[in-house]
Design a protein around this ligand. Structure first.
Ligand code: CA
Length: 225
């Protein structure tokens, strides 16, 4: 499950992209203009951006170039028009990692997305383990001590985030930015509620929570007891 930004001004294409990515369990945010895309990239963290070459206000390659110039390393997939070899080259020169020529099949799109998310440095391992807690990202299933635990999507996303960033302390606001959609109305309260529900489900009775509270700072999932 990754957080993906889609910047595409063609409503039909955008809708199809969002639907396909969401059905693959990603959290997706869609914007229609280049300016909005830049704003989002400046304020929030994404695992991947899919950016159309021709966007109003600021073009895809301009967004790409500015993002790379500011040190951004997240993978970018650029959408280009058919038979415009020049666009493809310009996009790659500007710092896109891959391109997809319109019209494309959603199957191909999802394959490219998987490949980009799997890139070294962005390696997405299908199975995560911290102590006796196991998360299988292919099946979207969680096990503690070999017992399967049923989680709601947001609880699952929160746990996956902690497991991918084990031993790192995050404050509530940091968790909100990274795990919740920027468009959601969620607040720090929602994060705490979700965390409370998650702990109830994954913790063993009579034991300290596997997600530790660091008083006045935040939360951490530690590898060692
Ligand atoms: Ca366009």
């Amino acid at each position: 499950m990754s957080k993906i930004l889609v910047a595409e001004d063609d409503e039909t294409v955008s809708f199809a992209l969002v639907e396909a990515l969401e059905s693959a369990s990603h959290t997706v945010e869609a914007v229609e203009s280049g300016r909005e895309a830049q704003e989002r990239l400046r304020l929030y963290q994404y695992d991947l951006a899919i950016i159309d070459w021709g966007l109003p206000q600021v073009s895809g390659p301009e967004i790409c170039k500015a993002f790379r110039d500011s040190g951004g390393s997240m993978p970018i997939l650029m959408l280009t028009a058919r038979s415009k070899e020049k666009e493809k080259m310009e996009g790659l020169d500007a710092g896109a990692d891959d391109y997809l020529t319109k019209p494309f099949s959603l199957g191909e799109l999802l394959a490219r997305v998987r490949a980009l998310l799997r890139r070294p440095g962005n390696f997405v391992s299908p199975a995560l383990q911290v102590r006796d807690l196991l998360l299988d990202a292919n099946l979207c299933k969680v096990f503690r001590d070999k017992q399967e635990i049923a989680l709601l999507p947001q609880e699952y996303a929160l746990l996956e985030f902690f497991m991918r960033n084990k031993n790192v302390v995050f404050d509530v606001n940091g968790i909100l930015d990274r795990v919740w959609s920027s468009e959601s109305e969620a607040s720090e309260f929602a994060v705490r509620q979700c965390l409370m529900r998650l702990r109830k489900k994954i913790d063993l009775p009579g034991e300290d929570s596997i997600i530790k509270t660091i008083k006045g700072i935040g939360y951490v999932l530690e590898d060692k007891v």
